[in-house]
Ligand binder design. Structure first.
Ligand code: SF4
Length: 233
């Protein structure tokens, strides 16, 4: 078993090795080096869709997983299905523990997340944090669609990082991309995208906790539960 120090050392050495490399080179290396133990975490937002296309163009056997919290929009299931068909890849859907959801909802009701920050954290814990942790335990490297310009808390993310929370390697290949670059890539490559974006949703999450934003607002403003968002999915 690799210990935390080894992983951190590897990350430092990868950072140095790929300091001046383009993202295709970096991704190709990691896809080969960690075959079967590397996957994209997708919430079916624009960045994740661009990355699915990019990864698939490098390796048709890429793994893509998603957390189905049980509260997603129909549009998200629609693009999930479209993506499965277009790229002919299985989307690995991870569900929350049914017993934990049952106990939480029976005790606090289906809309507990509107009542307090604590209950929202509890709901995210059951529906997102625990399933994500369980899924990541299968992997050595996970890939996310996080970008620096998405918020101040993401302004210093790197393309290659050590994920302290999950004690593993995390890749953020689009860290330096702008929103315009993401959409230009989607358009140029005819990538299927979530129709919620056409309705003004900048990011995709649970239907009850994500909303459209007005032009000029922080793009994370559409996510009222953002203070407890996990894993960047
Ligand atoms: S985003 Fe909302 S519905 Fe989804 S897991 Fe978090 S609190 Fe629950």
């Amino acid at each position: 078993m690799t210990d935390s120090n080894d992983i951190q050392q590897k990350v430092l050495s990868y950072k140095k090795q790929f300091e001046n490399s383009d993202i295709e080179t970096i991704l190709l290396f990691f896809l080969n080096q960690y075959r079967g133990k590397i996957a994209l975490a997708s919430s079916f937002g624009a960045e994740d869709q661009a990355l699915t296309h990019l990864l698939w163009s490098l390796d048709h056997s890429i793994r893509v997983f998603t957390l189905d919290t049980g509260r997603l929009n129909q549009e998200t299931y629609d693009v999930m299905q479209e993506t499965r068909i277009k790229y002919n890849i299985p989307i690995e859907i991870t569900f929350p523990d049914s017993q934990a959801v049952t106990e939480m909802v029976n005790k606090y009701g289906p809309n507990l997340f509107y009542e307090s920050v604590e209950k929202r954290k509890m709901c995210c814990g059951v529906r997102k944090v625990q399933p994500l942790r369980k899924k990541l335990a299968e992997l050595d490297v996970w890939i996310t669609g996080l970008r620096r310009e998405q918020s101040v808390t993401r302004s210093d993310i790197a393309v290659i990082e050590y994920d302290e929370t999950h004690d593993m390697i995390k890749l953020n290949p689009l860290a330096e991309w702008t929103n315009d670059q993401v959409w230009a890539y989607i358009s140029a490559n005819e990538v299927p995208y979530n129709k919620l974006h056409d309705l003004g949703y900048p990011s995709i999450g649970c239907a009850c906790c994500t909303r459209a934003v007005l032009s000029g607002q922080d793009i994370r403003a559409g996510y009222p539960g953002r203070q407890v968002v996990v894993g960047g999915t």
